[in-house]
Ligand binder design. Sequence first.
Ligand SMILES: [Zn+2]
Length: 283
Amino acid sequence: MGKVVAKSAAAVSGATPSAITPNVATSSVATASVLSWLTETLEPARFSDYCPNGLQVQGKPSIGRVLTGVTASLALIEAAIERQADAVLVHHGWFWRGEDPTIRSQKHQRLSRLLAHDINLFAYHLPLDAHPVLGNNAQLAWHMGWAVERDLQENPVTAGPSDLIWFGRPSTDCNLAEFTQQIAHRLQREPTVVGDPNQPCRRIAWCTGAAQGMFEAAINAGADVFVTGEISEPSAHLARELGVSFISAGHHATERYGVAALGVALQDALGVTVEFLDIDNPA
Ligand SMILES: [Zn+2]
């Protein structure tokens, strides 16, 4: 955590993704410098991940305009081409462990479009979930107004694999029904909830994305309710049998904010023009 990150955090707190607009004065920087800044900021070497983190596909040697989004979908790449972006920066990139490594069909379509326009693709998965200020967990809490539980060194209290579960308090004293309503209102998406609507939500735990497998770790750490992006069949039984509420608030909906915040920090640090594009996803 260097000074650059702390300064960027201030910028992030004041900006919402919709406040980020393209077509402001652009300066170009070397692709290698963008990669260095991202590496210094997100420290990907600290994580054992399911995909490569960093520059996944090399493009132009310099970057003036960056398009950020949750996932490197074909729609995001087409939007980058339309905007004449030099780089795409995402949370969900390509080349996941265990996937078919051949470049065919949909993968061929995405990659060929990217290569034809010489666009760089940067992707950060776990490093962008975990970052103490710009990460998905930190940013979801900030957008929800949750008070993050911190230790004596002011670091967030965490649990689970890669310290990806965070803890805190809701923005107001509330029960599960009210807490759910706050989430639905802020994320503009109706969550799936298992639990007693009247249960008080004093200590909340959360991990963005597909972290339903971390529910037990959150229960063991003493949470009243666990918020994540997806639900699996066993999650409901665990919630009912152990009396800890489970909220599935949407994978995409819980992971929009990290990459948007990272883009603001990148623009702030290097002077490149960054736009965040939220391509809706019901999942
Ligand atoms: Zn995810």
